[in-house]
Design a protein around this ligand. Structure first.
Ligand SMILES: Nc1ncnc2c1ncn2[C@@H]1O[C@H](COP(=O)(O)OP(=O)(O)O)[C@@H](O)[C@H]1O
Ligand SMILES: [Mg+2]
Length: 312
């Protein structure tokens, strides 16, 4: 069986056994398709507050296997908080969060540490270790798993090639530009083929051209490697870029999807179909919009229209 499919089924079966209350019961139709029985992430009525007041006020959403979910919101709306909650780096004040079969509030620190090893993270700051080489950064987790050196090197080279940075193998993060460091972070997040990747504001602080490179890379992960992801961004362009384009393996190019992007992709009938890409808009601690990018584009809501118009 395909290694990735096996991992997903495994994670889903852990999910079922670990869950005290499923956010949604599996139906017979789901059982015919074992990959999509349960979401990889489910937030249910999550609240988080600080002294200054509540920041998240009842957040509920799901990310399904194969889905790319874009968390769109202005700066300070709580995107990073949601990423940290999903990674188990922060506990919710109330509500429940399931990630890959685990209800996070029921896990101890030690379990959370082990759990995080199965996820990929690209955090806003990049968070590379400056004192070790690019290759050592990218292979960090593989080394923790005690893989043989030759296997680690092969995989590190492969994933660096994927982000088009194999030439930086022996360099140090300090020698790279901001955009290159971000690409190395993506290579590191993908190194051990996690079923789920969190991208926190992957284009923040980058110029528009470099931002586009990063979005194309995330698109390639989605379209060529079926990476499921939750992506936080304040850039409207990031959401529409991911929703309206797909990476075509045969031509090695980014292609526009006309009309309903998901249907169009499915009609292509190639094995690397584009996975569903959906958008959440955060506003004042709640999910203000949830749906396809096309529906967001045609909204008649005044706040959303203003937000869309703010795109640089
Ligand atoms: N540890 C903390 N203590 C107090 N306030 C915090 C803390 N972390 C985040 N906040 C507040 O929560 C809000 C949302 O932050 P954040 O999730 O970083 O927003 P975003 O990523 O959307 O820009 C901000 O107003 C921020 O000041
Ligand atoms: Mg943030």
């Amino acid at each position: 069986m395909d290694e990735k499919l096996a991992l997903r089924i495994l994670s889903i079966s852990i999910y079922n056994s670990a869950m005290t209350q499923s956010p949604r019961r599996a139906t017979p139709a789901d059982q015919a398709n074992p990959v999509a029985i349960e979401p990889l992430i489910a937030f249910s009525d999550v609240h988080v507050g600080f002294d200054e007041g509540d920041v998240l006020r009842g957040i509920s959403f799901e990310v399904w296997p194969g889905e790319t979910k874009i968390l769109l919101g202005e700066t300070g709306t709580g995107k990073t908080l949601i990423m940290k909650l999903g990674a188990g780096l922060l506990r919710a004040d109330s509500g429940r969060i399931w990630v890959m079969g685990h209800e996070l509030s029921e896990m101890h620190e030690q379990e959370l540490l082990a759990f995080r090893r199965h996820l990929g993270f690209v955090f806003q700051e990049g968070a590379l270790f400056d004192s070790i080489t690019v290759a050592e950064n990218v292979g960090f987790r593989l080394r923790e798993e005690n893989l043989p050196d030759a296997k680690i090197e092969a995989r590190v080279r492969e994933v660096l090639r994927f982000v088009e940075l194999e030439s930086t193998y022996d360099m140090f993060p300090g020698d790279l530009s901001g955009g290159m460091r971000r690409r190395v972070s993506i290579a590191r997040a993908l190194a051990d083929r996690p079923p789920m990747v969190f991208y926190d504001s992957p284009t923040a602080g980058l110029d528009p051209v470099t931002s586009q490179t990063i979005i194309t890379l995330i698109m390639r992960g989605r379209d060529l490697q079926d990476v499921t992801s939750l992506i936080a961004t304040h850039r409207v362009q990031d959401a529409f870029g991911l929703a309206n384009y797909r990476f075509d393996e045969a031509s090695g190019r980014v292609m526009h999807l006309n009309g309903n992007s998901q249907q169009a992709a499915q009609q292509q009938g190639n094995s690397h179909r584009t996975t569903p890409t959906n958008v959440l808009v955060l506003r004042e601690g709640q999910i203000y919009f949830e749906g396809a990018a096309d529906d967001l584009l045609h909204t008649s809501d005044e706040y959303l229209k203003k937000f869309l118009a703010s795109a640089e």
